[in-house]
Design a protein around this ligand. Structure first.
Ligand SMILES: Nc1nc2c(ncn2[C@@H]2O[C@H](COP(=O)(O)OP(=O)(O)OP(=O)(O)O)[C@@H](O)[C@H]2O)c(=O)[nH]1
Ligand SMILES: [Mg+2]
Length: 471
């Protein structure tokens, strides 16, 4: 334990020396982390951000672009040779064909370097020529971030917390029934361990599909090439007074520790510790549609996420970061094009309230945080209709499932976010006086004027918050 911490610390120092040297003498690098739970919109966000930084006609809110100080933006080979490259061209091609489609799910870390040639502002502008700023964008699943909490707890703690949390959930019924029929103190039999791990993974998958966010261990959902390995073959079991030697539960406790050491820590060391700016994408509308438990759970997941960025949160991370910290974190509610703009203020207010709560819960005082409602790629147009004598602000688009054109009204978000957050906190099962719908729209065919990127909502504001001060 101690040795690995020291080693991690040294590793980080060596690297930061290199970083500092190259950043001072050569060209500054901004490492922008993009994360969010599955389907929150990471791939579309990065694709549209890069396209809109290359063609900046729709980016007036990014001040350097608005002032015309960005002379060029171009993709370059990324500095890290071992991480897959973010497949920008493939995703962009899928979105810009005559019958565009959303990108496929992505399942691992990827990286892309966009370099910007920027003229300095103010007094310096006459003295200095343009300089190059590299933007390294790192895309990683939000599920992996939630695993940070596991580093602080033992297998016994994790079992107690997890079993208490999932007990009331219908999605967990099968797993809990299976676990109840097994003696955790019986000698380990691999098929039983495997069956339990698979049942637990199915629970996680179902819970996530139903809008829950607290789905640890994150790698159970996205196993990649670890699928079927012992580090992913464990599950929560009720505690006894000390586990019998060679018992199922003792072995699971061992694997839990191996998971932390061999899966969680390397991610934080190799990817997370190098990030300067972070955007956390949140499908807030999806959670609202799923109901109060999903909103409550989203709030918990946001504070858990923010906790990962809290300096001194745990000794492993503190050792890794060596005083370095993320400077800005943006929580962005994605897919705001599902709402008419007359409701965007309400969505923003909900995100702000959730972010504020997350800061308080995580006792977070560090980076600057902001909340925004955005759409990385606008798939709808707005309209106003009269329905049963009332005027409704709707959006129109092509439905993904049927390919039909439809007008859509998702329900009225309350002016006061507390009207959603309080019942969620109080444990309500359903919204009392409202119903929220969600639909999936197909991306709209694009005809882009030269110099314009894909249409979006407030992507320029997001970019200004995240990187504007460094341009
Ligand atoms: N209308 C609309 N839908 C969006 C937008 N961004 C994402 N979506 C929808 O959300 C889905 C998921 O977006 P992705 O960018 O693939 O999400 P992701 O976080 O990369 O998902 P994984 O790779 O599966 O983790 C898309 O297939 C779209 O249906 C947006 O700006 N507007
Ligand atoms: Mg993706």
């Amino acid at each position: 334990m101690v040795i690995s911490q020291i080693a991690d610390g040294i590793w980080r120092q060596v690297e930061s020396v290199q970083d500092t040297v190259s950043e001072t003498f050569f060209e500054p690098v901004i490492r922008l982390g993009v994360t969010g739970l599955a389907r929150s919109g990471k791939t579309v966000f990065i694709t549209s951000l890069v396209a809109n930084l290359m063609d900046r006609g729709r980016m007036p809110g990014l001040v350097a672009a608005g002032e015309g100080r960005i002379e060029a933006a171009f993709l370059q080979p990324q500095p890290n040779d071992t991480i897959p490259r973010f497949e920008y061209e493939t995703h962009m091609a899928a979105l810009t064909t005559p019958t565009p489609s959303w990108p496929d799910s992505t399942r691992a870390v990827s990286e892309l370097r966009l370099s910007l040639r920027v003229r300095p502002k103010g007094l310096l502008s006459g003295l200095q020529g343009p300089r190059t700023v590299h933007l390294d964008i790192v895309d990683y699943p939000g599920e992996w971030l939630l695993d940070l909490g596991l580093l602080d707890i033992s297998y016994d703690d994790w079992c107690a917390q997890t079993l208490a949390r999932i007990a009331p959930r219908a999605q967990a019924r099968e797993y809990l029934a299976l676990a109840a029929g097994i003696d955790p103190q019986a000698p380990l039999e691999e098929p039983i361990a495997k069956e339990l791990a698979q049942a637990y993974a199915s629970y996680l998958t179902q819970a996530r599909a139903d809008g829950f966010s607290d789905c640890t261990p994150g790698r159970f959902l996205l196993p990649g090439d670890l699928a079927g390995s012992p580090v992913l073959t464990f599950a929560p079991l009720p505690a006894a007074q000390g586990d019998a030697r060679k018992s199922l539960r003792r072995e699971m406790a061992r694997r839990f520790e191996a998971y932390k050491r061999q899966v969680v820590k390397p991610f934080f060391r190799d990817h997370f510790s190098r990030i300067d700016r972070q955007v956390v994408l949140v499908d807030a509308l999806g959670a609202i549609n799923a109901g109060p438990p999903a909103v409550e759970d989203l709030r918990a997941a946001m504070s858990e996420t923010l906790g990962a960025f809290r300096p001194g949160r745990n000794s492993f991370l503190t050792g890794l970061l060596g005083g370095r910290r993320v400077e800005k974190i943006l929580f962005a509610a994605t897919k705001a094009d599902h709402l008419h703009h007359s409701q965007h203020a309400q969505l923003t207010a909900i995100m702000e309230a959730l972010t504020r709560e997350a800061r308080e819960r995580a006792r977070f005082a560090g980076a600057k945080t902001q909340a925004l409602a955005i759409a990385s790629l606008r798939a709808t147009t707005e309209d106003t209709m009269t329905y049963e004598g009332t005027k409704l602000d709707v959006v129109r688009g092509t439905l993904l499932d049927t390919g039909k054109q439809a007008a859509f009204y998702p329900g009225a978000l309350p002016q006061d976010p507390a009207h959603l957050l309080s019942p969620a906190k109080a444990g309500a099962e359903k919204w009392l006086d409202a119903d929220y719908q969600i639909m999936r729209f197909a991306p709209a065919p694009l005809t882009l004027r030269s110099g314009d990127g894909p249409p979006h909502i407030r992507l320029d504001r997001a970019a200004e918050f995240l990187i504007g001060d460094r341009l």
